[in-house]
Design a protein. Structure first.
Length: 258
């Protein structure tokens, strides 16, 4: 019994050594150069896809977000983008009248600066202007979404052959804007990225509205062509018609691609 004990220990040691060698051999392929090359070959496609997984670039130009309704009135933001960055932000619509005038004059300039600084809609609300700030951020996000859509690879704005197509005139009709005195709908002709013609295909009619329309609409048409956007002044004595015209004009511009 005493002589067999060393033999048993030798057998156990040999078995342990063999097991260790088998384990090493099983792990060796993971560090094999061929395996490393195969792993390296799979990495480039992932790396090539990583830029596409980031934030979508925004297209250059001017884009206006959707109007955001708030408790005190509509807020609508327009952005100017150059070099893929926001260079200017402005509110083309903001709450007006009474205390809203003071709140708007105090908060909107701050919100404009914050949008340019942040390059996103992740901006802080201005103290004392909670509703205006919330509406501003919603419209700002809408404008950014439209700008990113314009900057996407499949958009006409980034197409290399878009030069001739962009100079071709096309006609776009905005959505109908309902006013207190009747609907207003604007149709624009766009050529070379500019408004060459604006006309109202629907306007308030009947009674005093006929006189107001005949006086205001030609002025609004001229203002739209001159401004090239919906940031036009209301015609005196035609506040509702002017507001409806501006709203439908903005809708037409959005459909035309800003």
């Amino acid at each position: 019994m005493r002589k067999s004990h060393p033999v048993r220990r030798a057998v156990l040691a040999t078995a342990a050594t063999v097991s260790g060698i088998v384990l090493l051999l099983s792990l060796k392929p993971a560090s094999d150069p061929g395996s490393a090359a195969a792993a390296g070959g799979a990495a480039p496609p992932a790396a090539a896809q990583s830029p596409q997984g980031g934030a979508q670039p925004i297209g250059n130009g001017t884009v206006t977000g959707d109007a955001a309704r708030t408790q005190y009135g509509a807020v609508q933001v327009r952005l100017t983008v150059s070099g893929g960055k926001i260079t200017k932000a402005e509110a083309v619509q903001a709450p007006k009248g009474g205390q809203s005038d003071r709140v708007t004059s105090n908060s909107v300039p701050r919100l404009n600066r914050a949008a340019v600084a942040a390059q996103s809609a992740e901006i802080d609300a201005v103290s004392g202007a909670t509703y205006t700030s919330s509406g501003y951020k919603k419209s700002l996000q809408s404008a950014l979404d439209k700008a990113r859509a314009a900057g996407s690879p499949g958009s006409s704005g980034s197409s290399g052959s878009g030069g001739a197509g962009s100079a071709q005139a096309r006609t776009v009709t905005g959505d109908v804007a309902q006013t207190q005195y009747g609907p207003v709908q604007v149709r624009i002709t766009v050529s070379g990225g500019e408004i060459t013609k604006a006309e109202a295909v629907q306007t308030p009619k009947g009674g005093q509205s006929d006189q107001v329309t005949s006086d205001a609409v030609p002025k609004l048409n001229q203002a739209a062509v001159a401004a090239g956007d919906a940031g036009i002044d209301a015609v005196s004595g035609a506040t509702y018609t002017s507001a409806g015209y501006t709203q439908s004009l903005q809708s037409a511009l959005d459909k035309a691609g800003g």
